[in-house]
Design a protein around this ligand. Structure first.
Ligand SMILES: Nc1ncnc2c1ncn2[C@@H]1O[C@H](COP(=O)(O)OP(=O)(O)OP(=O)(O)O)[C@@H](O)[C@H]1O
Length: 613
């Protein structure tokens, strides 16, 4: 294979990779400008040996070796060695600066990527699923590739540019007459290298595509081998395969030709100046150049320019397409969906802290602000797709501020979907959702966050201080409020075990129940008057669950508890029973008396449901 560049062949090949890669580099330069400037400064110093090498060599030869003064020669060589040491130290300093350029770039890319994927998930009205998580994991690997390739490109290109300037500048000072002998071939080689880049990338893409086509055809042929033999289609199949192989050979041969031309150009840029200087040496000496100065120019060429040029070609060749391919894919994945299909319209404040800050002004649902924790659903229907059966249809529900509703029903009946609709996160296909007297539709994310809090079964706890986690929905809550919520939820022992409110929390070190407790304290502290608990106490024991129920019962506002535990249903003011065909609302006793499905669901506990389970 003649692949000059080494991108993974299994990946589909992007159409505008160069533009995407240029965009990544541009953002790295513009958004980390101070670090870029420091990087350039250190790279400049690292080019010192390149600048000094020729001159030191010239002086060592002319004033040392040719005058039989080895001490003098050694001194000049020592000057060069010192410059080399300084250059090596400066090169070492470039790496931290490089990290300051590429690491923030990586973070920005990951943020854009995750935000793009989340926006897509929201626009598709689906809840994040495992495939989204896999996509994030795969694309995060692409981000790592972009970071590494960007770092490589920055180092190689800046090192080469400064080395070339140092060599040309050094030669101009040492032997002005020799400068055109170096500058002209070098310039021609670089121009030719740049000019052949688009065609190389095109041929590289064609070679990738041909490889992919061949691999696909081979896989299809193997899968359908029995049918091919049975139908007597061996000959045409063989011809198809041979045609695909021939196309691959053609594409790779074309790429090899381009690669050979580019290598020739590089060889010319690196070796032609050497040849020209050697051939012109007698004439240069006749025009007054000393032998040491000729040696100095040769030192510039062999010791500095040629290795830098080789590094440039290898580095640019091996990582540019990889950067381009990965950058193009990331650009596509980071795009928000072209048009929002969210019937609720655009939501602002995706960032949690921003949404939750109670001091922000209200900027949506003009004139109608939610005033309490009441809920009104009228004729609400929702299905996961045009052809899918509705999860619920024409649902009516009224909850007064301060009421406690339990939602029960068999697994998969739609309880969590209802929670999403109730929370205003998912717009219904038909009907109205009114929260605290205001239509949920026009509420911004920030306004919604002040109206309701929805706790799912898997509680979200982030690495950070415990108090940051607890105050997430109410950043300005005074410590006494935080502690009173902690006590109300029975979270005192947990807070103590973790080392107090300032302790750092490692989510992985917490049990699922402990994470739920932290999320419940957070919900308790939030300003929202409507709390929706979607199996949010599932990992707690019966005693802890009672504690939680009591804490939310005494808190101002409405509570909707989605639960599989009949005990929780019995203790609620009313129960919404979803059984697939219909939704029934009533007290626990009413439903026991009138709904056989409800009786069957809680049947294991008979009519006496004193237990929590
Ligand atoms: N993102 C989705 N895309 C398509 N269908 C979905 C999606 N999420 C849920 N469903 C389907 O919608 C129906 C209701 O799911 P939902 O999770 O709301 O039920 P549930 O009553 O909460 O179930 P459980 O008690 O097991 O949590 C189920 O048939 C489920 O398969």
């Amino acid at each position: 294979m003649a692949h000059e560049d080494a991108a993974p062949a299994a990946d589909p090949v992007p159409r505008r990779p160069a533009r995407a890669a240029a965009e990544v580099l541009r953002s790295a330069f513009t958004e980390s400008r101070p670090a870029v400037l420091r990087l350039l400064a250190w790279t400049l110093l690292s080019a010192l040996p390149a600048l000094v090498s020729g001159k030191a060599m010239a002086l060592a030869v002319d004033r040392g070796f040719l005058e039989h003064r080895p001490g003098q020669a050694t001194c000049w060589l020592a000057v060069f060695a010192t410059a080399a040491l300084i250059g090596a130290w400066a090169t070492r300093q470039t790496y931290p600066q490089l990290a300051h350029v590429v690491e923030p770039m990586r973070d920005r890319l990951v943020r854009r990527l995750v935000s793009g994927l989340l926006h897509r998930a929201v626009a598709a009205r689906g809840r994040p699923d495992a495939s989204a998580a896999t996509a994030v994991a795969q694309l995060t690997r692409q981000v790592e590739a972009v970071r590494d390739a960007t770092a490589g490109q920055l180092l190689i290109v800046s090192h080469f540019a400064l080395t070339a300037v140092a060599v040309l500048g050094g030669t101009a000072m040492l032997a002005p007459a020799a400068t055109p002998l170096i500058a002209v071939p070098l310039l021609l080689a670089l121009t030719g290298f740049a000019a052949t880049t688009p065609v190389t990338m095109r041929r590289q893409r064609e070679a990738f595509a041909a490889d992919e086509d061949l691999a696909r055809l081979c896989a299809d042929t193997l899968t359908a081998l029995r049918d091919i033999v049975t139908c007597g289609a061996r000959r045409p199949t063989e011809q198809d395969l041979l045609a695909a192989v021939a196309a691959g050979v053609r594409a790779n041969r074309a790429l090899a030709v381009t690669a050979a031309v580019r290598r020739l150009l590089v060889a010319l840029g690196a070796h032609l100046p050497l040849l020209l200087v050697v051939l012109a040496a007698p004439a240069l000496v006749r025009r007054g150049l000393t032998p040491g100065e000729v040696m100095g120019v040769l030192a510039y060429l062999t010791g500095t320019l040629e290795p830098a040029l080789r590094l440039l070609v290898q580095g640019v060749g091996s990582s540019w397409l990889r950067l381009a391919v990965a950058a193009e894919r990331l650009a596509a994945a980071s795009q928000p969906p072209p048009t929002s299909v969210d019937a609720y319209g655009p939501r602002t404040g995706v960032d949690g802290a921003d949404i939750m800050d109670g001091e922000h002004g209200v900027d949506g649902n003009r004139g109608h602000r939610p005033v309490d924790g009441s809920v009104r659903l009228r004729g609400v229907s929702y299905s996961y797709g045009a052809a899918a059966d509705p999860v619920f249809d024409a649902l009516d529900l009224t909850l007064h501020d301060g009421e406690h509703l339990a939602v029960v029903g068999p697994s998969g009946v739609g309880k969590s979907t209802l929670a999403d609709v109730l929370a205003g996160d998912v717009p219904p296909d038909r009907g109205n959702v009114v929260l605290g007297g205001a239509a949920a539709g026009p509420l911004t994310a920030r306004e919604l966050a002040r109206v309701r809090v929805l706790l799912p079964q898997d509680a979200y706890v982030f690495a950070g201080e415990l108090q940051e986690n607890l105050r997430w929905l109410c950043p300005r809550a005074p410590e006494r409020d935080v502690m009173s919520a902690v006590r109300a939820l029975g979270a005192g022992p947990l807070v103590e075990r973790l080392g107090g409110l300032e302790a750092m929390v490692d989510p992985a070190a917490l049990s699922a129940g402990e994470r739920q407790i932290i999320a419940l304290v957070r919900a308790h502290l939030s300003p929202a008057r409507l709390v929706i608990l979607d199996e949010a106490t599932r990992h707690l024991d019966a005693q802890a669950e009672l504690h939680v129920e009591e804490a939310f019962r005494t808190r101002r506002g409405t509570v909707v508890t989605i639960t599989h535990r009949p005990g929780a249903a019995r203790r609620a003011d009313r129960v919404l029973f979803l059984d697939g065909d219909r939704a029934l609302v009533g007290t626990h006793s009413e439903l026991l008396a009138t709904a056989p499905g409800y009786r069957a669901l809680v049947g294991g506990h008979g009519g006496d449901l004193d237990s929590t389970d």
